[in-house]
Design a protein around this ligand. Structure first.
Ligand SMILES: O=C(O)CCC(=O)C(=O)O
Length: 273
């Protein structure tokens, strides 16, 4: 573990992130780092882990696949989490004295994928409480505006919204009626403060785990391979759920009580202030 490098992003960027719950940082990673993550994603696709899943319909002309929690077996993922500027930027954006790795997430949309990622917040699918968190999402292919992640600016301070299954919109986690519904953003986009950026390899977005976000499919001929690191900060605590979280940490509730800090080898400390 090393100290947070305070030179990675400036104060204005941090302030904008805190207000909007999302930010783009251009060129955070070198071409070599991007190439390493690209290699890691290809290894991940060739050797899927136990949490690998297909998120698109069988008749989708493309394919949307995801996998989680592979940093312990794919050295390129471990390296970008531990040794790049990703954790430094996370620490500064969160304003936390501790930066912990929560998990990694691979998200690949192949050319022609119609499957959209519907508007959602991430934290309601997870097993963590607390506000000190951030996700870094990096494409290893250029991304056009119509295929990029889009965010509802400021939504990270508006409370938890009910998580639903992406394809059939079922409330499989928190029961119906227990959390507010996602507003109908797509039916009146002009009424919402939506942020999204065309991206090149090396660019990253960071977003709070309560920032609502979505992405369309990939209409063009390019792949949209992306990799994400999820970070936890000072006030993150374990929130075991009576349902399978996404990702699921099998048996963790026997080792880490509800409300305990996320002190566990699965969630290593990457940086301290
Ligand atoms: O890659 C996508 O289409 C969705 C990404 C996403 O929802 C996430 O990284 O939390």
């Amino acid at each position: 573990m090393t100290a947070i490098d305070r030179t990675v992003i400036d104060d204005a960027t941090v302030q904008q992130y805190r207000t909007d719950g999302c930010i783009i940082i251009r060129g955070l990673f070198t071409p070599d780092e991007v190439e390493a993550v690209r290699r890691g994603i290809e290894t991940n696709l060739a050797e899927p882990g136990p949490l690998f899943g297909v998120a698109s319909q069988p008749d989708d002309p493309g394919r949307f696949v995801e996998d989680f929690c592979n940093w312990q077996r794919i050295p390129e993922f471990e390296d970008i989490a531990f040794n790049s500027k990703a954790a430094d930027a996370a620490g500064l954006l969160m304003g936390s004295s501790v930066v912990r790795l929560f998990h990694d997430h691979t998200l690949v949309k192949e050319p022609g994928t119609r499957q959209v990622t519907p508007w959602h917040q991430d934290q309601p699918y997870y097993n963590v409480d607390g506000f000190d968190n951030t996700s870094m999402w990096m494409p290893v292919d250029p991304i056009a505006p119509e295929s990029t992640l889009e965010f509802l600016a400021g939504s990270h301070t508006g409370g938890w919204l009910i998580p639903r299954t992406f394809r059939t919109e079922q409330a499989k986690w928190f029961p119906e009626g227990t959390l507010a519904e996602m507003p109908p953003i797509e039916s009146d986009r002009a009424a919402y403060d939506i942020r999204g950026w065309a991206m090149e390899p090396g660019d990253v977005v960071y977003f709070h785990m309560l920032t609502a976000h979505h992405a369309y499919g990939v209409p063009g001929a390019n792949r949209r391979r992306a990799f994400s690191l999820r970070f936890l900060g000072d006030d993150a605590t374990h929130a075991p759920r009576p349902w399978r979280t996404s990702p699921q940490f099998e048996g963790l509730e026997d080792e880490l009580p509800a409300g305990a800090p996320m002190e566990h080898p699965l969630f290593p400390v990457l940086r301290t202030a």
